[in-house]
Design a binder for this molecule. Structure first.
Ligand code: ZN
Length: 269
């Protein structure tokens, strides 16, 4: 029978060390536990498989003892890592028009975050109105600039922008730790770059002056994956770096990742 479609067989071996790689169906981000290589399978790039640094973040927060009990022997086994793209982000804000005047002390919504990306610069009230740039005038001048590390989920979640914004605002100090398993990375670097724009708009739109128009550009450099530890408690999942709780629905493939990791672990032992 003639084969009309050309099937492309992707060898599931680490291009660095030759060990077989384990991955879930949709994964495009791989971690090789043998040589610790991070790999990004990308369809747009000629190289197909590109190297990407992967860092596992050390646990530095716990769910409240009232929720997990003081002793839980399964604590470590129940913890799984989820990948986030991170970029060193240099932003330029050219124009920001709003319906209301800026109110001092304005932070973005979800309570714990602090998103003063423009620390030490002009007061926010100075930038809420800018005359529109003259037509044909290309050399736009930034009225504010910032440099910050942006986090974008690399796994399936219906709330990608908010989750990215909360972790970015929390800006946790990351200490690297050695781990073995990372699954569920399905968002490409290109997609993550687009979400970064929305994360920035989320910050600006969450201020209480009612954003009307915004003109900005982001320069995203040094892409890498930070794998963050998450731990389920009842109907919630806690991240073990910022110590925040998330509703389970926000992790679409959590169950699959847990089952997959457990199968791999038991077949390896
Ligand atoms: Zn390898």
């Amino acid at each position: 029978m003639p084969n009309e479609k050309k099937l492309q067989i992707v060898p599931f071996r680490c291009p660095e060390c030759g060990h077989p790689l384990k991955a879930m169906d949709q994964d495009i981000i791989y971690y090789c536990k043998f040589c610790e290589a991070g790999l990004h399978f990308c369809q747009t790039s000629k190289e197909r498989i590109r190297r990407i640094p992967i860092v596992f973040a050390k646990t530095r927060a716990k769910p409240p003892a009232s929720e997990v009990g003081s002793y839980n022997p399964d604590f470590y086994n129940l913890t799984h890592y989820l990948p986030f793209w991170t970029f060193i982000t240099e932003g330029s804000l050219y124009e920001r028009r709003t319906h209301l005047a800026y109110r001092s002390g304005d932070n973005y919504g979800p309570g714990r975050g602090r998103t003063n990306l423009y620390k030490g610069q002009k007061k926010e009230s100075d930038i809420t109105y800018q005359p529109a740039a003259e037509e044909g005038h290309i050399d736009k001048k930034a009225i504010k600039k910032f440099r910050s590390l942006f986090y974008i989920p690399a796994f399936n979640t219906p709330d990608m922008v908010k989750m990215g914004a909360v972790i970015t605002a929390g800006n946790p100090p990351i200490k690297a730790v050695s781990e073995k398993y990372l699954f569920g990375g399905v968002i490409s670097e290109e997609e993550a770059r687009q979400v970064a724009d929305l994360v920035y708009i989320f910050f600006e739109a969450a201020k209480s002056d009612f954003l009307k128009e915004i003109d900005f550009s982001l320069r995203l450099t040094r892409p890498r994956i930070v794998a963050m530890p998450f731990h389920p408690v009842g109907k919630k999942i806690y991240d073990l770096v910022l110590g925040q709780s998330w509703p389970r629905e926000i992790f679409e493939d959590w169950g699959e990742i847990v089952t997959f990791t457990e199968n791999i672990k038991s077949s390896a032992s």
